[in-house]
Structures are given as C-alpha cells and as structure tokens.
Design a protein around this ligand. Sequence first.
Ligand SMILES: C[C@H](CNC(=O)c1ccc(S(N)(=O)=O)cc1)Cn1ccc2ccccc21
Ligand SMILES: [Zn+2]
Length: 262
Amino acid sequence: THEAALCAIKLHPMWQEPLAVPGGDRQSPVDIVVRESIFDPQLRPLKVQYDPRTCQQIWNNGYSFLVEYDDTTDKSTLKGGPLEDQFRLCQFHFHWGENNTWGSEHSIDRRLYPAELHLVHWNSDKYSLFEESVIEENGLAVIAVFLKVGKRHEGLQKLVDALPAVRHKDSVVEFTKFDPACLLPENINDYWTYAGSLTTPPLTEAVTWIVMKQHIEVSHDQLAVFRSLLFTSAEEQLQRSMVNNFRVQQALKGRTVRSSFT
Ligand SMILES: C[C@H](CNC(=O)c1ccc(S(N)(=O)=O)cc1)Cn1ccc2ccccc21
Ligand SMILES: [Zn+2]
C-alpha cells in the first residue's frame, strides 16, 4: 500500500515536494517505529481544555477544510505532556486518502490509516499571534489522531453535515459550538512525541508533535463526505476531488521519538 500511496502522490501536481527544505532536518510526517521509541517517564499527562463557544467557522483552504477557533484569548488551551508552555487551539483539520487503504500522514510501524486529525495550537506564553509562532521552533503543538473506518462517530456528524457548504476552495461557512474534545480518543495519555514541522508549506520546523496511540472510529459514509470536497474553486474549469491531501513521510534524521507509555 505504501507504493500505491506514493504513486497516488506522484500523480498529484499539488504535492510536488520542494526538493529540499533549507536545513530540513526535522521534517514531518514520519513513520513511528514503535520498538525504537523511548519511554520517557517525565512526560506528564496532557491537559486539554477546549471551550466549544470559541468555535467560529469552517474554511476550505484548498488543502483541507479547517475548523477555526477564536484564539484571541486563552479559552481553548493545551498544556502538559512534553510541553513547557501553554498553547492555544487555533484550528483543526484532517488529511485523508482516495480510499480506506491510506490517507494518514504519520504511520505506526509503516501502518497507514485512512485519515488523520490534526488539532493545531500555538505557544501563547511566548508569542502573541499564531503567525509569529509559525516560524519559532517551540511555536506550535499539534495533536494527531488516527481515524479508522468502523462505527459512525456521532460527534463528527455535525461537522460532516456542514461540509457540503464548503465544497469549493475558498468557501467559508459559520460553524459554532463544536467541542473538538469529542474527537479525541478516550485515552489521551498514551502518545508518542517528537520535534517536527508543518506538513504543508511553509513546512516550518516549529511543531512539537503529539501522536495519539489510540485511534477514533468514523463510518465509511462520513469519510466519503470528506472525499466529496474539492481542491478547486467554483470558478475553475476542471474540478478536482479533495483526496490524498497528505505529505509523504520524511526521514527521521537521528531524531528520537519518545513515548508516554511502556
Ligand atoms: C502557516 C500558515 C498556513 N499553514 C498552517 O497554518 C498549517 C497548520 C498546520 C499544519 S499541519 N498539517 O502540520 O498540522 C500545516 C499548516 C500560513 N502562514 C501564517 C503565517 C505565515 C508566515 C509565513 C508563511 C506562511 C504563514
Ligand atoms: Zn495537518
């Protein structure tokens, strides 16, 4: 499936990788080799506090659809785990494939999932804007959660029902009172963490990644609605389905992946 996924990527004009990111020695995503990850007993439990009232809108940005949160105050925050500072939730989005065989960005011992959720937070102890933190090495913290196809995810359905309103690139729809905590697995204390980057341009090496061990389940039909979105704007002649919007895996280059569990 890896080869098939790679060939799906090669065919994709959008994902022509820049040949090299200047000084790119902590790029994401990566394959997490479980037996090479190091248990770190000093990793603390994650403290997630999200306020559904900070949820504002859904935006199709031509890469994925972003559910955007008001990050002008410390209402929806992440701290603990590997993090020294407090981080503010600014948006979450997903990456998925054209079928259920691949779609995730990270893999576990080469195992790919059909999709991956990213909850994006920026360091509000050190910076005053997301834009500032994007270029700083301790600027961002992203929680990654794998999606598996199975039973319908009741909490996700409200989001799925809103997606047809943002079918085309650059479309936005109001979306409020959504608690992203409903998308987290029951156990958020088992995770891997490593120093990495954004997985789309500008690929800046600003991200502390926190990859959940436990996946969540969504139904085949819910994932099919993700695939009904388009990369292209309403005006464009040729419409292209928003699928395979994941980056290929990058070399670990000597980085250590730590685990919060044995
Ligand atoms: C980064 C920003 C656009 N990208 C993202 O916000 C982003 C967030 C998360 C991921 S992922 N898949 O790794 O979780 C990828 C991209 C635009 N932007 C804002 C300031 C800014 C400055 C220079 C260039 C672009 C800039
Ligand atoms: Zn992402």
